[in-house]
Design a protein around this ligand. Structure first.
Ligand code: S3P
Length: 444
């Protein structure tokens, strides 16, 4: 829902060693997709391990507004009675996607080839974010978008009456844009093709296949070529959502920040389009072991055993950016405590996330006494022996900025306060309980 209620400042204090088992919530990307594809399938989709963060709850509400029956049966256990491809009803209310770029962009794609109109809005953060990156390709199918300047929300989308299939080369590495085009392609006749120069998270492709769509992925000189045959009948599935690697990154990095820590984070997705942070941490010298690798719900998963380690700064290869795009804030926080500097290049996309994350991290780290340098598409953090802290950081309605600075506060000399921790509920509602359960000192 738009807005997060009153701002809730939160403070992290220097903490003793973190220890124990951290069960992080279900994957946010997969949770959105399970609800949306469930709503576009025929029959009852059963989901376990769904993330019950506000972003996903907003998508569940939106799917009801488009005519699907979405029911919670127990913690993380949900069912969706779908309406079939092309079966969306016209919502009689504005669709409020709250803080979620993934929610609004995927839902716009899913409705763009059905002849109905819907108006979308979000919170102050989402209404600043660019939507032209999605509405431009959706226009090629025949959909029409009427938004604010710069293609921003609130925005009304009118789905195509007679959709045509599309061949689209992504102008930026974005799984949201790729997914919007593929979901729109579901109700277009013929083959819709998406080409991505850099591979981005592939949950939509995997799940479309699981729901019975015909989808081919090939390597070509232009990049990954994804071909979807339109107008399939999607059949309801059982979806077991693995635990979110982007959420797991917070306790993992907290254990690397706080001396003497030793924790286990079980059942975390190791999808190669998502695991860049763990590769990077190992390159920095982290004692991070992937135990018990296995497959769950169509995704590779492992238990992460992590022990505090003295880390060294590195240059993160820019071609790894897409596979760890949401983890740069926590990596930047961790980099403040390592030997030497960490250079993160090719991260321009961070400027259009829930906040401008390069700017938010740079200003926040400076406020904590850390030396940083930024360019339009890079951030360099100079590690130091002891981070002074003792400051209040602006989080700009961004859950990952809030969690990153709370983790840093656990290792800084003086406490770090974030001005508003309420957005954490969008992706990791149990963050405070989980971290304090491991031994972190966090106060409201
Ligand atoms: C997501 C894709 C990424 C990521 C976001 C989730 C998804 O966004 O940052 O948190 O579920 O497809 P972009 O597509 O904008 O890179």
């Amino acid at each position: 829902m738009s807005g997060h209620g009153p701002a809730t400042p939160m403070t992290a204090h220097k903490s003793g060693p973190l220890a124990g088992v951290a069960h992080v919530p279900g994957d946010k990307s997969i949770s959105h997709r399970a609800l949306i594809l469930g709503a576009m399938a025929v029959g009852e989709t059963r989901i376990t391990g769904l993330l019950e963060g506000q972003d996903v709850l907003d998508t569940a509400r939106a799917m009801r507004a488009f005519g699907a029956e979405v029911t919670q049966h127990g913690p993380g256990e949900w069912s969706v009675h779908g309406v079939g491809v092309g079966g969306f009803a016209e919502p009689d209310q504005v669709i409020d996607c709250g803080n979620s770029g993934t929610g609004v962009r995927l839902i716009m794609g899913a409705m763009a080839t059905t002849p109905i109109a819907a108006t979308f809005t979000g919170d102050a953060s989402l209404n600043k974010r660019p939507m032209g990156r999605v509405t431009d390709p959706l226009a090629l199918f025949g959909a029409q978008a009427y938004g604010r300047s710069g293609g921003r929300l609130p925005l009304t989308l009118i789905g195509a009456n007679e959709p045509v299939p599309v061949r689209y080369t992504l102008p930026m590495p974005s799984a949201q844009v790729k997914s919007a085009v593929l979901l729109a392609g579901l109700n277009a006749p013929g083959e819709t093709v998406v080409i991505e120069a850099e591979p981005t998270r592939d949950h939509t492709e995997r799940m479309l296949r699981g729901f019975g769509a015909e989808i081919r992925v090939e390597d070509s000189p232009e990049g990954r070529l994804i071909t979807l045959t339109g107008q399939p009948e999607l059949s309801a599935q059982r979806v077991a959502v693995p635990r979110d690697p982007s959420s797991a990154a917070f306790p993992v990095c907290a254990a690397l920040l706080v001396e003497g820590s030793d924790i286990l984070v079980p059942g975390v997705s190791q999808n190669p389009t998502r695991n860049g942070i763990f590769v990077t941490l190992q390159e920095m010298g982290a004692d991070l072991v992937l135990e018990n690798p296995r497959e769950e719900g169509g995704e590779p998963v492992a238990d992460l055993r992590v022990r505090f380690s003295a880390l060294e700064g590195i240059e993160v290869p820019p071609e790894r950016a897409a596979s760890m795009i949401d983890e740069y804030p926590i990596l930047a926080a961790l980099a403040a405590t390592t030997k030497g500097k960490t250079v993160m290049r090719g991260i321009k996309e961070l400027r259009v996330k829930e906040s401008d994350r390069i700017d938010a991290m740079a200003r926040g780290l400076e406020a904590c006494g850390v030396r940083v340098e930024e360019t339009e598409d890079s951030l360099t953090v100079h590690g130091m022996e002891a981070v002074p802290g003792g400051s209040t950081v602006q989080t700009h309605l961004d859950h990952r900025i809030a969690m990153s600075f709370l983790c840093l506060g656990m290792a800084a000399q003086a406490p770090i306060t974030v001005d508003d921790a309420s957005p954490i509920a969008t992706s990791f509602p149990i963050f405070k309980a989980l971290m304090t359960g491991l031994g972190a000192q966090i106060t409201e």
